[in-house]
Design a protein around this ligand. Sequence first.
Ligand SMILES: Cc1cc2nc3c(=O)[nH]c(=O)nc-3n(C[C@H](O)[C@H](O)[C@H](O)COP(=O)(O)OP(=O)(O)OC[C@H]3O[C@@H](n4cnc5c(N)ncnc54)[C@H](O)[C@@H]3O)c2cc1C
Length: 370
Amino acid sequence: MASGRTLRSLTLAATFTFSATVQIETSAGDHRKSAFLLHSGFALPAVSGLSGELHSMSSSIENIVIVGTGSAGLTAAVYAGRANLSPLLIEGTLPGGQLTTTSEVENFPGFPEGIDGFQLMDNLRKQAAKFGARFEQGRIGSVDFSGQPLKLRTGEREILARSVIVATGASPRMMGVPGEKEYFGGKGVTTCATCDGAFYRNMDVVVVGGGDSACEEALFLTRFASSVTLIHRRDTLRASRIMAERTLAHPKIRPAWNSILTEVLGSPEAGVNGVRVKDAKTGAGRVIPCKGVFMAIGHVPNTEPFAQALDVDASGYLLPAGGSQVKTKVPGVFVAGDCADHIYRQAITAAGMGCQAAIEAERWLAEHGA
Ligand SMILES: Cc1cc2nc3c(=O)[nH]c(=O)nc-3n(C[C@H](O)[C@H](O)[C@H](O)COP(=O)(O)OP(=O)(O)OC[C@H]3O[C@@H](n4cnc5c(N)ncnc54)[C@H](O)[C@@H]3O)c2cc1C
């Protein structure tokens, strides 16, 4: 097998924007984004007309606006739609969310044979649309949650809402090295051992990073991989002592100290077959053969537009309030998914939070006479 993952004929030529934080943009390529929108009965040519039409509606107040159309946002939309709330979803730059960037999902309940990530999100989108969810292209750039109605601004217009669910996800950090985006999402480069580790049975893999997450990923991968090389730019791990000791003691894990990833190697047909690293001290280069590359250098929550209005932790993750997972300090504003969860980061946990947020929003609206 070429790489640990099934290589799909459908090109997963991910298009990334490597900015300060890596946004996995409409990853699977524009044609996939278009397909997603068109599949969903949301024809692209209509979109430009749509924004004008919506502009004229800007004085009406939405019952519920859901920001983001990943697992969390779309699940919230199913619940809000079935509660007759006619939710409005704002897509952001990655309609369908992160799962559209991966070819095979084996751990989402209900699919014993696994399901293509893009297909799963397309199904979920159709399910939401069936119950009256409305979709709008655009990115929320700023909000004013100081009173009712709540205000959200895209570049084009201001949206007024009685309740809001923020479900904007978190973007994995990437290195920005050659080969990384070409082999992302099904051809050997990934950001999630829990999601993709099982595809690398009896193969050599590398993990890039030196913190607790990198150690966790490396330890998890020892269940499947024949060897795990931990590539770290320093000569000690940043991880907590106990985690570092456990990691370095594992017979399948070997550290590549003072090593900086400079390139992911492979071929379009066979996927990844190695990585090139540079010695941080001597500058000497070498190749480490491997089939899988797990980036474990952190995630950046997409919460910047909300960071003034809501509480965030030191890393920018939205903080819930009042002993709830999804309520916030602002009445009528709820959070769901990876933007408020730095621990689990799974489609099913995001979906679960989307469900909770929609039920809470529905109750809040009922209590406040909507
Ligand atoms: C390569 C890869 C493989 C994975 N495989 C699996 C797997 O096998 N199983 C699994 O359970 N999980 C997997 N995951 C993790 C899973 O994809 C995430 O946990 C899940 O997508 C999180 O859902 P979410 O709705 O919280 O956020 P996301 O899916 O990240 O969606 C965020 C949404 O918010 C939108 N958005 C962001 N900012 C704004 C804004 N300012 N305005 C409007 N919209 C905005 C985006 O456009 C997007 O629609 C994988 C992740 C990756 C990257």
